[in-house]
Write a new protein. Structure first.
Length: 225
């Protein structure tokens, strides 16, 4: 038995089952599984946990050598593991500790907790999709601003990302549209209001067209692809 496991015989013997020392592993291979020695309440509790996992379709494997490093755990301990990270396959681990709050001076209260490796979880996450390019809504004049408020809400309800740009002259606002990588700019001035329409400028091609206000959601969704 390794020196570390020798010390643990008195302080935390279950940790010996989790030892990575080759000699300890050989000893552990012949040790009885501790789930064979559960009392009846613990056996019933374990059975309910496993039945719940089965009911939810969560794949699991009972590991008779799984232990946690602290002795306040009661009943179930668990690990979430993956085969996508090589030897460092555990990404989350924890367990149940019904007596911990009371030990710390609080009321009798059941509890469960876990800790996760944020770097390992990050490695497992797929690359996020590219952000949706916004539509820059550029009202020119007070009357146009009133129309733009309602139009912006209608476009958002249609699933588009809209940013209203009020400050500065037209050139400054178009520069801001470029900075936010807008897909198109909607220009509304007195001429557009007179025709109940808006000028839609494709910021990729530079082309622009006059579009009736009622047709804007469909036209912009088609433009956004």
């Amino acid at each position: 038995m390794s020196e570390d496991s020798g010390r643990r015989l008195d302080s935390n013997p279950l940790r010996i089952l989790d030892s990575k020392d080759p000699g300890d592993i050989r000893i552990n291979s012949g040790a009885p599984a501790f789930d064979l020695y559960l009392n009846e309440p613990s056996r019933e509790f374990s059975g309910r946990v496993l039945s719940g996992l089965d009911a939810l379709g969560i794949r699991h494997r009972v590991n008779p050598r799984l232990v946690r490093g602290l002795d306040y755990y009661t009943h179930t301990v668990f690990e979430f593991v993956t085969t996508d990270l090589g030897a460092q396959g555990t990404v989350l681990a924890g367990g149940r500790y019904d007596g911990l709050v009371e030990v710390m001076g609080g009321p009798s209260m059941p509890g469960v907790g876990w800790a996760a490796g944020i770097e390992r979880l990050a490695i497992l996450i797929d690359e996020p999709p590219a952000p949706t390019r916004p539509i820059a809504l550029v009202p020119l004049g007070e009357a146009a601003e009133q129309v733009a408020l309602k139009l912006g809400e209608a476009l958002r309800d249609a699933g588009l990302v809209v940013e209203l740009t009020y400050s500065g002259n037209l050139q400054r606002r178009m520069r801001r549209a470029d900075r936010i990588n807008a897909r198109a700019a909607i220009l509304i001035g007195d001429n557009e209001l007179a025709q109940n329409a808006a000028t839609v400028r494709d910021l990729d091609s530079g082309a622009q067209e006059l579009v009736p206000l009622g047709d804007l959601p469909a036209r912009l969704k088609a433009l956004a692809g």
